[in-house]
Design a protein around this ligand. Structure first.
Ligand code: NAD
Length: 519
């Protein structure tokens, strides 16, 4: 089996001029299928969220290196775009196998840099792997359309052809899955891609690039740069980059969407969320509460599809104390420790931000039924841990309701009727996901048809569509018009070319001159 033990994606030199005191390894760029040491003088610290140990230095890629990455993509596009879909499919089939074989290494990297539990990190990889499997259907998904005989002896065919150089900008919360939402579909369609992983956890993306190389992806088809604003601006502005896939916060997503589209690029921008779970009094109580607790506190609440807001309808509010007890029992610990339910949040800043929102909840009149701020993890006292937190009696004008907390905090509101719950959700600016827990089909159907949210779960807490569908967050959670993966994903990474052709034998009667449109 292919392992990473010999892989020198990072080295232990201390050449970073501004970091001469540090022995932390520098993270590599990935250009022309090789790990490349950046010549930059500026680095971003990379910490293990469970310990706050400095585990790496992420280079702010220089302009020259970013240009090198684009040139490498442009050069590779010339030949890669001419390969057959069957060849590209073979690369994806091999990549699929390699990801499976290296699942544990990928998950370990995710846990070390992002903090989530090892089983959840494997889920992160698995959900990305399913997109690679979906990429293998390129021979069907990239088909164009044909209509013969649209006029005398004339046939019309539209081809789906690649765009050229594309780019992906990733968030920290799914270090394997989100890069895998992007580069497999972009490259299997014949494009090349520059990927910018999150500066907070770039390791998994580099491991995936190495696996893609081993799978047969040629030099320059996938290049990786690092950094923050400067590399994002570079991607938005470089004229050779035709399309940008972005996943992350509202602030960055709106900025990238505006700047990228102003420069004539296609942009798909998946952004923040505030997902509501509606609990009806006719729900299966144990099931609803278990699902809610898992979806609110799993991954320490750092999922864009986490159910972060619960709406208890009518008498269902009597179940709130039971929910609090279930949340209290969750085990907070480092992600690599067996039996952990809730790992650390990504950074000290993030922990402080969550603490501040909890503090404000008291001040603004909510009830904090479970306060996770004083949680202590004995073995990892320096980690960014926040315990499960339950905030009840919330109102729509409170900070805890208005802001995306992105931590292990569940905000609870109570309403009298299903109509009230629907109105509340539809008035929220976000439209990523929602769920309802009920045993009544009519209630479920009404909810499905009246709710203005892009992804709905009926007794399913985190309704992320599998890759044969598309990820269809809506309203404030999405900018663009072509969603990630599914047929939409192929559409995003391809453009149409339409050929209208007339073939007649050489002795056919010539057409007369026509100066008006043919009718
Ligand atoms: P983030 O926006 O801080 O970072 C995402 C990327 O944008 C990073 O690569 C970062 O370097 C870059 N970036 C950050 N700030 C920037 C700025 N001001 N200008 C330009 N570039 C910038 O997001 P994050 O904290 O890494 O991820 C969490 C967010 O992502 C949450 O809001 C979450 O809901 C969202 N998210 C959404 C989805 C979805 O599909 N809707 C999926 C995962 C995460």
């Amino acid at each position: 089996m292919l392992r990473f033990s010999n892989l020198s994606l990072i080295n232990k030199s201390t050449r970073a001029t501004l970091r001469l005191y540090s022995t932390a390894p520098t993270v590599k760029l990935w250009i022309d299928n090789k790990p490349v040491e950046s010549k930059t003088k500026e680095y971003i610290d990379l910490y293990n969220p469970a310990t706050n140990e400095l585990i790496g230095l992420v280079p702010k890629t220089t302009q020259e290196e970013m240009n090198m990455a684009v040139e490498s993509c442009q050069k590779a596009f010339k030949t890669w775009s001419k390969t057959t879909p069957l060849l590209r499919q073979q690369v994806m089939l091999k990549l699929q196998q390699l990801i499976k074989e290296n699942m544990k290494d990928l998950a370990a990297s995710v846990t070390r840099e992002q903090g989530k539990t090892l089983p959840d990190a494997e889920g992160d990889v698995l959900r990305g792997l399913q997109v690679v499997e979906h990429a293998c259907s390129v021979t069907f998904m990239q088909m164009g359309q044909t209509l013969p005989n649209i006029a005398k002896d004339i046939d019309c065919t539209s081809y789906r052809i690649p765009l050229g150089v594309t780019a992906g900008i990733c968030p920290f919360n799914f270090p394997a899955m989100i890069p895998l939402w992007m580069f497999p579909l972009a490259t299997v369609a014949g494009n090349t891609m520059i990927l910018k992983p999150s500066e907070k956890d770039p390791g998994a993306a580099l491991l995936l690039a190495e696996l893609a190389r081993q799978a047969g992806l040629p030099d320059g088809v996938l290049n990786i740069i690092h950094g923050q604003h400067q590399s994002v601006d570079f991607i938005c502005d470089h004229p050779a980059i035709r399309a940008i896939s972005f996943v992350g916060s509202d602030q960055a997503g709106t900025y990238i969407y505006r700047r990228g589209t102003q420069n004539g690029k296609r942009v798909q921008s998946n952004m923040g969320a505030k997902n509501h779970g509606v609990v009806m009094p006719d729900a299966n109580k144990e099931n609803a509460l278990n699902q809610l607790v898992g979806a609110a506190f799993g991954a320490a609440g750092q999922r864009c599809m986490a159910l972060t807001t619960a709406i208890f309808v009518g008498e269902a509010k009597n179940w709130i104390p039971d929910l609090v007890e279930k949340a209290r029992k969750l085990k907070v610990n480092a992600g690599h420790e067996p039996g952990t339910d809730v790992g650390p949040v990504i950074s000290k800043d993030s922990k402080k931000r969550i603490h501040d929102i909890i503090e404000k909840s008291y001040k603004e009149g909510a009830k904090v039924l479970l306060d996770g701020r004083d949680v202590v993890v004995e073995k990892y006292k320096n980690g960014n841990f926040v315990g499960p937190t339950v905030i009840s009696d919330a109102k729509p004008d409170m900070t805890c309701y208005k802001e995306e907390i992105f931590g292990p905090a569940l905000v609870i509101l109570t309403v009298d009727t299903l109509n009230d719950a629907i109105e509340l959700i539809n008035n929220n600016p976000y439209g990523n996901g929602t769920a309802i827990f009920t045993t009544n089909g009519a209630t479920a159907r009404k909810f499905t048809h009246e709710i203005d949210v892009g992804q709905i779960g009926i007794n399913v807490p985190i309704p992320v569509p599998l890759p044969m569908f598309s990820f269809t967050g809506s309203r404030g959670s999405f900018l663009g018009d072509t969603n990630f993966y599914g047929q939409n994903g192929f559409n995003f990474y391809t453009q149409l070319k339409t050929v209208t052709s007339q073939w007649r034998s050489e002795d056919a009667t010539p057409e007369a001159i026509q100066t008006s449109f043919p009718r």
